[in-house]
Design a protein around this ligand. Structure first.
Ligand SMILES: NC(=O)c1ccc[n+]([C@@H]2O[C@H](COP(=O)([O-])OP(=O)(O)OC[C@H]3O[C@@H](n4cnc5c(N)ncnc54)[C@H](OP(=O)(O)O)[C@@H]3O)[C@@H](O)[C@H]2O)c1
Length: 384
């Protein structure tokens, strides 16, 4: 029996994880769930999966939730402390870290420090705190298994390979909804058009980041730390079919690739069952139906955030924090109608280019840069 806690259970990854659990034929059990504000969905999840502990973002929601759940002794927590408690549950075999953004950092760290397996979807933790998380994992013995489909692909390609066999890792990107659109037509795209992702059904933030290709920029940084690679060893290819998730070029010229249906249940299940493999939850991939697999270079004019992310990939330290925070603030402003779609890259670029690099030695250093950058980015957006 694998005992699991899910941080972000009401989100896209959280829901897919629960689907994997419910189809595991009793081999997996949920011990803890953490949600933000979606009480209705958390209620359904608790009724179905009967965890021991749940956590909500706000105290008032936690109180309301506790009153409505008196049928068994469910422990209800709230806030950052609450999520961290779920992350540290003694009973956990695996913690799925799937809260969006830097909000998931403290709980990811708590899970890593507890020495359990962490199935990592919250890429932002690795982006802003890669070296600190790796150091914590080294001390606690925690195993970090990527959930991002591209990184799961690389992880699978490297499973039987020595690190020094790797020449290059290529992450694929679908290109988002505007890949085939002329750059000048992208400026005034609405939220609805941006959210209409051609391949993946995901949370709002990661879907918007997929349309600007910022998501791939963040993934380059995530891959650097997860696989111990140099910035020059990492590349991106646009692959509109999203069947090949990543490619690894070996020093002898062989290229390994991982292919699968476009469905997050596959990498989630792999992260939960590794080194075993569960039974397939989807029909077999039929390449005779797919027929064409295309690959294109990234158009740097159309997707300027890739260059900015590469700068952060090279500099590391506080530059990665500034990149992540500026993007979080700009995307939020776009969602709230305060910024045009194509202004997101301009805002993020200006913030990152104006940022003075500092060494990041603790989570507190990271949150200080996050606070400063949040305020600078908000001011910049207000002035536009
Ligand atoms: N979706 C994908 O296919 C995919 C693929 C690869 C990687 N990822 C990564 O996985 C992470 C989650 O993505 P997602 O698409 O699942 O996002 P999502 O659908 O927006 O879900 C986010 C989850 O985090 C919770 N949450 C948000 N803010 C919180 C806070 N302050 N405190 C506690 N909980 C909070 C939300 O709760 P409520 O909804 O209850 O408020 C929800 O459960 C992201 O880092 C993303 O980049 C996602």
């Amino acid at each position: 029996m694998i005992r699991i806690s899910i941080l972000g259970s009401t989100g896209s990854i959280g829901r897919s994880t629960l689907e994997v659990v419910s189809r595991s034929e009793g081999k997996m059990e949920v011990v803890g769930l953490s949600a933000g504000r979606n009480i209705k969905l958390l209620t359904q999840q608790v009724e179905e999966f009967r965890p021991k502990v749940v956590s909500l973002e706000r105290e008032e929601d936690a109180q309301e939730f506790k009153q409505s759940f008196q049928m068994y002794s469910l422990e209800v927590r709230y806030g950052q402390e609450g999520v961290q408690e779920v992350a540290r549950l003694e009973e956990n075999d695996i913690v799925i870290s799937a809260i969006t953004g830097i909000n998931g950092l403290r709980s990811t760290m708590a899970a890593v420090q507890s020495g359990k397996r962490v199935a990592l979807a919250n890429k932002e933790s690795m982006v802003v705190a890669g070296p600190l998380i790796l150091e914590a994992a080294r001390k606690s013995g925690a195993q970090i298994i990527p959930v991002d489909s591209e990184h799961s692909g690389v992880f699978q390609c490297l499973a039987r390979e020595s690190q020094n066999h790797v020449k290059k890792v290529i992450l694929t990107a679908s290109g988002g909804p505007f890949f085939r659109l002329p750059t000048e037509e992208m400026g005034n795209k609405t939220l609805e058009e941006v959210l209409n992702h051609p391949r993946w059904k995901m949370g709002m933030k990661v879907t918007i980041d997929s349309a600007t290709l910022m998501n791939k920029g963040l993934e380059l940084i995530e891959a650097r730390w997860l696989f111990g690679l140099e910035p020059e060893q990492l590349d991106i290819l646009i692959h509109p079919q999203s069947i090949v998730h990543s490619l690894v070029e070996m020093k002898d010229g062989s290229v390994l690739a991982q292919l699968s249906q476009t469905d997050m249940k596959i990498p989630i299940q792999y992260a939960l069952t590794f080194p075993e493999r569960g039974e397939a939850l989807l029909p077999s991939l039929d390449l005779s139906q797919v027929k064409t697999l295309e690959f294109y270079e990234v158009d740097a004019m159309k997707f300027p955030l890739v260059k900015v992310a590469r700068m952060a990939l090279k500099e590391g330290e506080s530059v990665s924090v500034a990149l992540n925070t500026a993007d979080e603030v700009a995307v939020r402003a776009f969602i709230e109608g305060r910024l045009r779609f194509m202004d997101i890259p301009e805002v993020v670029t200006e913030i990152v280019e104006g940022h003075q690099v500092r060494k990041m030695e603790s989570l507190e250093d990271i949150f200080e840069v996050d606070r400063e950058t949040r305020s600078k980015t908000r001011n910049l957006i207000e002035q536009r």
